[in-house]
Structures are given as structure tokens and as C-alpha cells.
Write a protein that binds this ligand. Structure first.
Ligand code: HEC
Length: 267
């Protein structure tokens, strides 16, 4: 065991004496039975081994107990706090939900961004007008399959694709349609009066990108020519009116949503 220096033991003793506590002999607190001589309290420095039998409760020679301070009177504001009506526990969920509600409410005050539903996602919805003949996933049926790039071969130019959806089989000239001169058997209805330009562009994007794997980069330049449908004879004959505003709006959205410059030349 480590020896406790004498001067420290001396300090403990005189401190205990000053407080009227029993002074232990030998090592202060280190021994198994710290000897204590209450009342007598005479320190015998250096007299080790003169152990007297422990009497009564022996105060440990560790921390000295200081007299407890008088309990302070409870301040009036603390009393008021203790007495006041508290929020009942069952109301807590509502209280805790308030900040969340505030955030949600603030969200309703700002206009939702127009890009929230992208043209492409919208096209997936519009395709419900086509799936009865072309299959839910474009696999074909009464109408030809629109998957595996078939539709891209028929319409390399997306504006021709849009025009076809507006006119339907009525747009086939000389019994053929598309870039490869596919023989037209008829049966594709016109959507001139059923779909807006935006919806038509959306469903065309769905067929080209989702069903056939094209990316907007592949046809960004050709999309820029969408405005030619405004005065297209077949489109007008089909009964559709494509306006400049519609064209600008659709192309602006397409550019914003894709981050691609529509109408710019391909690199
Ligand atoms: C009533 C059935 C029917 C519906 C509905 C229909 N189509 Fe068609 N579609 C056809 C038929 C039939 C053809 C072949 C046309 C022909 O031979 O003249 C065709 C051809 C096409 C083609 C050319 C594909 C190719 O590679 O030859 C595209 C593109 C197309 N449809 C898109 C659409 C879109 C988009 C819609 C929905 C907005 C739609 N179709 C709705 C029956 C339909």
C-alpha cells in the first residue's frame, strides 16, 4: 500500500480536530478498522499502532460533512409554476403535431412547381387512351407493337410521331405512313380533338423514351421544329388547332424538365 505522507495525515487530523470529529490513528481511512477516539480527540502524531477499539459509528475519514443549509423558501414564481394547470397528457400528440402542421400549412401557401409532374410521367397516364389497342406495355394488339424501337424506326422525327397521333390513320398518304413507307391498314383513330398538344407530346415521349428507350438528347434538335404543326395541312384537316403559345409552353417545359436545350443542334 502506498504510504501517505506524514504532513497530509497531520493536516487531516488537525482539520478533524477543528471540527470536533474523532481523529483516527495510523493511515487515514486506509486501514480495515479505522480507529476513532471520539470526544477525547487528542492527536498523537506518529503514534502508530496505538489502536483503540472502535466505538459507535465511525465517521469515515473521507469527505467532511458540512452542516446542511437551511431550506430556502420556495420563490413565488416557482410556486405559481407548480400550481398552474398543465397541458393534459392526452393533448400532447396534438401539441407535438403543431410544428409539423405549421410546415405543411406553409407549404400550401406557395404555388406548386409546374414541373412536379413531368411530361414523361404525364405521358404514362395519357397512354391509357392507347393501351386498349397497343397493349398496356406497348406490346401490341389491334395496333402494332410500340416497343423495341419499332416506333422510332417508323418515326425517326418525333414531330412526325406527334402529327401521326393527331391525325391517326387518316394522315396516311398514298396508303403508306412513316419514314419506311409502312402500308396502312387503317384503324388508328385521330386524337385531334381528344388530346391537347401537351398531352400528345407527353404520350409520344412515353412511347419513345419509356417504351423504346430513346433519350431526349437523341431528338432534342428535331423537337425544336414542333412549331411546323401550326400550319400543317393534315393537322388542320384532322380538326386540330395547334397554337404558338401551346408550342412554346410545351417546348419550354421539355427543356426545363430535361435540362437539354431543345432545338439546339446535336453535338
Ligand atoms: C382503336 C385502336 C387504337 C388506339 C386506341 C390507338 N391506336 Fe395507334 N394504331 C392502331 C392501328 C390499327 C395502327 C396501325 C395503323 C395503320 O396501319 O394505318 C396504329 C399505329 C400506331 C403507331 C405507328 C406504330 C408503327 O410503328 O407503325 C403509333 C405511333 C400509334 N399507333 C400511337 C398511338 C397512340 C399514341 C395512341 C393513344 C393516344 C394510339 N396509338 C391509340 C390502333 C390504335
Amino acid at each position: 500500500m502506498t504510504e501517505i505522507p506524514d504532513h497530509l495525515l497531520q493536516r487531516t487530523r488537525s482539520r478533524r480536530q477543528a471540527l470536533g470529529l474523532p481523529v483516527s490513528e495510523g493511515d487515514a481511512g486506509g486501514g480495515a478498522a479505522p480507529a476513532a477516539e471520539p470526544a477525547a480527540g487528542v492527536a498523537v502524531p506518529g503514534a502508530s499502532g496505538a489502536a483503540s477499539p472502535p466505538k459507535g459509528p465511525v465517521a469515515p475519514s473521507g469527505p467532511v460533512e458540512t452542516p446542511r443549509p437551511e431550506p430556502q423558501p420556495v420563490p413565488h414564481y416557482v410556486q405559481a409554476y407548480r400550481k398552474r394547470k398543465k397541458i393534459p397528457i392526452w393533448a400532447m400528440p396534438a401539441v407535438l403535431a403543431l410544428p409539423l402542421w405549421a410546415v405543411l400549412y406553409a407549404g400550401t401557401l406557395t404555388e406548386p412547381p409546374t414541373t412536379e409532374v413531368t411530361l414523361l410521367a404525364e405521358g404514362g397516364e395519357v397512354f391509357s387512351n392507347c393501351s386498349s389497342c397497343h397493349g398496356a406495355t406497348g406490346g401490341g394488339g389491334a395496333g402494332p407493337a410500340l416497343t423495341d424501337g419499332a416506333v422510332l424506326a417508323t418515326f425517326p422525327d418525333p414531330v412526325d410521331h406527334v402529327k401521326w397521333v393527331i391525325t391517326g390513320s387518316g394522315g396516311a398518304t398514298g396508303g403508306v405512313y412513316g419514314a419506311e413507307g409502312k402500308p396502312s391498314a387503317g384503324g388508328m383513330p385521330t386524337f385531334a380533338e381528344t388530346l391537347t398538344l401537351e398531352e400528345t407530346v407527353a404520350v409520344v415521349l412515353h412511347e419513345r423514351e419509356t417504351l423504346s428507350g430513346e433519350t431526349i438528347e437523341d431528338s432534342a434538335e428535331m423537337w425544336g421544329d414542333l412549331g411546323r404543326l401550326i400550319e400543317d395541312q393534315a393537322v388542320l384537316e384532322a380538326g386540330a388547332t395547334v397554337t404558338e403559345e401551346e408550342v412554346t409552353e410545351v417546348l419550354t417545359r421539355l427543356g426545363e424538365e430535361s435540362g437539354i436545350e431543345i432545338g439546339a443542334e446535336e453535338e
